[in-house]
Design a protein around this ligand. Structure first.
Ligand SMILES: Nc1ncnc2c1ncn2[C@@H]1O[C@H](COP(=O)(O)OP(=O)(O)OP(=O)(O)O)[C@@H](O)[C@H]1O
Ligand SMILES: [Mg+2]
Length: 424
C-alpha cells in the first residue's frame, strides 16, 4: 500500500514538473494568445466564450510536442552554438593527412599544413595539375575538373623519403570545387614488403636442405640402392640437413614468439657474472674445438639485472657462437663485463676478419649474412642476431657492434642495472 501511494505521488510530481516546463517553454506564446482572447471576449462581451478560448490556448500549450517541434529540441541539444563550431579551414588543418582544396578549374584554394609538410609549400592560385605530374594524378585531376567521379589512385614521392599515398577526390558543394585527400600508405607498404621478403627468405632457406634431402632419397632409391657405404654417408648428410631445417624452424618460432610480446615482463634479478660463466662453460667444447683461447674479464661482485634469464642466455650464446664461427681465425676470444651508474655492458670480442662497415647496420636483419657461404658452412640461419636484437629491445637494452676489418669484431650488449637495492 505504502509503495503504491509513494509511486503515484512520484508520478504526480513528474507530471507537474513536465507541465511546468511546457508552460515555461510556451510562456510568450501563452501570454500573447491569452491577451488576444481576453481582448476579443471583452470587446464582444461574451465572458464564457473568452473562458473557453483561454482554456483551449492553455491546453494547446500543455499538449506534448510532436514531429518537427520535437526535432528542433533534439537538434539544439546536440549542436554547439555556431560561434563555437570550427571553420572548414580549422577542420582541414586538424586532419593529419594532406588535403588540398581546388576550384572547378583546378586552381588551389587551400592546402592544409600536412600537405605543405609533405609536398613543400603549395600556394593558393597555383594550378594543381602542374604540381602532381604522374599520369595517374593527371587523370585524377582531369576527371575531378570535368566533374566525373573517379576511383582513388596510388601516388608515390621518392624525395626526401620514399612515401606512398592513396589519393581520392571529393566534390565540395555544387559549384565544381573539389578536395584531394592523400592517405599515407607508406607504413602499410613497408610492412607488406617486409612480410613478402620474410616469406621468400624463409621458404628459400627451407627449400635448400629439402632439395638436398630429396636428391639423396632419389639416389638411394636408384644408383646407390645396394651401396651400403654410400647409404651411410647420404643418411648422415640427410640427418645434418633435417637438423638445419629444425634449427631454422626453432629460430622462426622463437622470433615470432618474441614479436608477439614486444616487452618482457618484470623479469627476475639475474647475476650477469654467473650467467656469463654458465654460457662459457656450456660452450666450452665449442671454444676448444675452434682452438680459441678464452679470456674472461668479470667483476668480483655480482652484477644484477632484471631479465628473463633464458632469453639473455640465448643472447650471450649467440654472440659467443658467432665469435667462434666467424672469428675463429683470430684464435682469441675475450669476454668482459663492466658497469656504470645506469647499465651493465657485456662485450664479446674476437680477432677474426671482422665485419666491413657497410654490413654492420644490417647484420641484425633477419637472414642477413655478410658471407652466405661461410654462414651455411657454419650451419647458420642468419636469424641469430635478429633474435638477439629483439630480446635486448624487449629488456630495454641494446646491442652495439664495433669492428675493424682484419682485426676482429666486438659485440656488446647493454642492459639497465636492477635499481632495487634489495636485489643487489
Ligand atoms: N663475430 C663475427 N665476425 C664476423 N662476422 C660476424 C660475426 N658475428 C656475426 N657475423 C656476421 O653476421 C651474420 C649474421 O649473424 P647471425 O648470428 O644473425 O646469423 P648466423 O650466425 O649466420 O646464424 P644463427 O645465429 O642463426 O646460427 C653472420 O652470418 C656473419 O656473416
Ligand atoms: Mg649466429
Amino acid at each position: 500500500m505504502a509503495s503504491d501511494s509513494s509511486a503515484s505521488s512520484l508520478l504526480a510530481r513528474r507530471y507537474a514538473a513536465r507541465w511546468r516546463m511546457r508552460l515555461r517553454d510556451n510562456a510568450l506564446l501563452l501570454a500573447v494568445a491569452l491577451t488576444a482572447v481576453a481582448l476579443l471576449a471583452g470587446l464582444s462581451g461574451q465572458i464564457a466564450a473568452g473562458l473557453v478560448g483561454a482554456l483551449a490556448v492553455l491546453a494547446a500549450a500543455l499538449a506534448p510536442r510532436t514531429g518537427a517541434a520535437k526535432q528542433v529540441v533534439k537538434t539544439s541539444a546536440t549542436t554547439a552554438a555556431p560561434s563555437d563550431l570550427p571553420s572548414g579551414q580549422e577542420l582541414a588543418a586538424a586532419i593529419a593527412d594532406p588535403l588540398i582544396v581546388c576550384d572547378r578549374h583546378g586552381v588551389v584554394l587551400f592546402a592544409n599544413a600536412a600537405a605543405s609538410l609533405v609536398f613543400g609549400r603549395i600556394h593558393p592560385s597555383e594550378l594543381i595539375a602542374l604540381r602532381f605530374r604522374s599520369p595517374e594524378m593527371q587523370d585524377l585531376i582531369g576527371a575531378a575538373i570535368a566533374g566525373h567521379s573517379v576511383q582513388p589512385v596510388d601516388y608515390g614521392e621518392r624525395v626526401p623519403i620514399e612515401r606512398s599515398f592513396k589519393v581520392s577526390v571529393t566534390p565540395i558543394g555544387a559549384d565544381g570545387r573539389f578536395a584531394l585527400h592523400f592517405r599515407d600508405q607508406s607504413e602499410t607498404r613497408r610492412i607488406d614488403r617486409m612480410r613478402a621478403d620474410f616469406i621468400a627468405n624463409a621458404s628459400h632457406e627451407l627449400r635448400t636442405p629439402l632439395a638436398s634431402i630429396s636428391g639423396f632419397i632419389e639416389t638411394l632409391r636408384g644408383p646407390a640402392r645396394n651401396d651400403a657405404e654410400a647409404r651411410e654417408r647420404f643418411l648422415q648428410i640427410m640427418h645434418t640437413q633435417t637438423g638445419r631445417m629444425a634449427r631454422l624452424i626453432d629460430d622462426l618460432l622463437s622470433l615470432s614468439r618474441l614479436e608477439m610480446k614486444p616487452l618482457a615482463g618484470a623479469g627476475t634479478a639475474v647475476d650477469l657474472v654467473a650467467l656469463t660463466r654458465q654460457v662459457t662453460d656450456s660452450l666450452g667444447q665449442m671454444i676448444r674445438d675452434n682452438e680459441m683461447a678464452l679470456t674472461l674479464d668479470l667483476p668480483a661482485e655480482p652484477v644484477r639485472v632484471l631479465v628473463n634469464a633464458d632469453e639473455i642466455v640465448q643472447v650471450v650464446e649467440n654472440l659467443v657462437e658467432n665469435a667462434c664461427k666467424y672469428g675463429q681465425s683470430g684464435k682469441q676470444l675475450h669476454i668482459a663485463l663492466s658497469t656504470d651508474a645506469e647499465e651493465a655492458s657485456l662485450s664479446v670480442r674476437d680477432h677474426g676478419p671482422g665485419i666491413p662497415a657497410e654490413h654492420i647496420p644490417r647484420v641484425t636483419e633477419r637472414f642477413y649474412r655478410v658471407d652466405v657461404e661461410t654462414s651455411r658452412v657454419q650451419k647458420g640461419t642468419g636469424l641469430g642476431l635478429a633474435i638477439v636484437k629483439h630480446i635486448l629491445t624487449r629488456h630495454k637494452g641494446r646491442l652495439t657492434i664495433r669492428s675493424t676489418p682484419g682485426e676482429g669484431a666486438t659485440f656488446t650488449l647493454h642492459l639497465p642495472l636492477a635499481k632495487d637495492p634489495t636485489t643487489r
